[in-house]
Structures are given as C-alpha cells and as structure tokens.
Write a protein that binds this ligand. Structure first.
Ligand code: C5P
Length: 226
C-alpha cells in the first residue's frame, strides 16, 4: 500500500518505444512533479546481476542482488539529463542498450525481484505529485492513482523510434535486429504471469502512431487537467 495516498500520481504504462520515457519526462517537467523511471530500476538490477556474473535465471541469486543493489538517480547540474548510479558506478550509458533492456525483461519476470523493488518505487510518491513510467504502474504499484494513461504505437513505429533514440546516443544498431529484439521483449513482458504489460481497466488509452511528441504531451496533460 502506498505510504502517501493523498499525493497525486499519473501512471504512464506501455510497451518499449511507445514514447513513454520522453512523454513522462516532459509531463513531469510541465506539472513540476517528480518522475519515476521504473524501467531503469529493472535495467539496473539486470546490469548489477550481469556485473556479478550471475545466471539471470537463478531466481535466488538475482533476488538477493535486487535487494542489495544500490540505485540512485542523479540530475546533472544543468537539468538536461539524469544519470543512474548502480552501486556507486555511473551506468547510464550501459543501461540504455537493448542488451540491458533484454536483461531487465528477463529478471523482471521473477516475482521476488519485482517484490524487492516495490518499496523503492512507492517512496517516489512525494508532494506535489509523481509521474510514474513503466509497465505495471497503474495496475500493481499505484492502483489508486487518480490519473492513468496507457501509451502504445504500431510495432514498426516503436522500432523506428527506439532506433533513432539509440543512434542519437551513438549506439550501433540495425533496424531489423532491433525490431526483432523489441518484439521478443514485449511478448515476454505481456505474457509473464506476474504484473504483465497490460492497460489498467481505468487507464486512458492513447495510440501515438503518427503523432508528434507535443501532441502526445498535450493529450496526457489533458488527462490530469480534465
Ligand atoms: O521501460 P524500459 O524499456 O526501460 O524497461 C525495461 C524492461 O524492464 C521492460 O522490458 C520490462 O521487462 C521491465 N519493466 C517491468 N516493469 C516496469 C518497468 C520495466 O517489468 N514497471
């Protein structure tokens, strides 16, 4: 149960490449609310487990790792970016790769790993409000959130967006491989038994295919302001 039920939360769930990350950041800025990038937590645990040389299917070892890993978000001085520190090491760049996304998806299907990250996520709920970006924000972590959005887009467009994002970060990827990797990750996220990727019954569904980021941000803000 959330420790601060009176603090408003806007949950933004959806598959990879739906624009969630960018939209969540911009909406949080506009509202002056805090931001929880829950995907970064799963990526950080996957990364820490890999750094320890753990077998990602070793439930016990990965759960221990999830409980012990120290994850900190640190805004850069000019406010342009947030760095993610994993056990004191700035792992931001490593966490952005599709390899880290796949590792995150693998460990995220372990119920005890998800449980280990619950309190950390609830602690983000602080005044004046929180924008929570993920897969199960509206269904599991903040089921009482007053504002819920589910963003999606066609598979082709999501792959294209991720491709552009990764290229801009200087990572070497091919569109075909990325599309296959994203499809595999989404299929796993949607079919797992615990906290599968699915819209909350009370979420506003927004298909962002063909929409510009400003229009999506405006639509999401309208959900909060309506
Ligand atoms: O959003 P992002 O692509 O960073 O998430 C990486 C992976 O972490 C997802 O594919 C999913 O398996 C997992 N995840 C999750 N629940 C969340 C956020 C992310 O299972 N709330």
């Amino acid at each position: 149960m959330s420790p601060s039920p009176s603090v408003p939360v806007l949950t933004i769930d959806g598959p990879s490449g739906s624009g969630k990350g960018t939209v969540s950041r911009l909406v949080a800025e506009r509202l002056g609310w805090r931001l929880l990038d829950s995907g970064a937590l799963y990526r950080a645990v996957g990364y820490a487990a890999g750094a320890e040389g753990l077998d990602l299917s070793d439930t016990e070892a990965v759960t221990r790792c999830a409980r012990e890993t120290r994850i900190r978000f640190q805004a850069v001085a000019d406010g342009s970016d947030t760095r993610v520190l994993v056990n004191g090491h700035d792992a931001t760049d490593e966490l952005r790769t599709e390899t880290a996304g796949a590792a995150a998806s693998a460990i995220a299907s372990i119920p005890s790993v998800r449980q280990a990250l619950v309190d950390m996520q609830l602690a983000f709920r602080k005044a004046p409000g929180l924008v929570a970006d993920g897969r199960d924000m509206g269904t599991v972590i903040f089921p009482d959130a007053p504002y819920k959005v589910f963003l999606t887009a066609s598979a082709a467009e999501r792959a294209q967006r991720r491709y552009k994002q990764l290229k801009e970060k200087g990572l070497s990827v091919t569109l075909g491989t990325l599309k296959r990797e994203i499809e595999a990750r989404d299929a796993r996220d949607a079919s797992r038994t615990v906290a599968p990727l699915k819209p909350a019954a009370d979420a506003v569904f927004i298909d962002t295919t063909g929409m510009g980021i400003d229009d999506v941000v405006a639509k999401v803000l309208a959900v909060v302001q309506s």
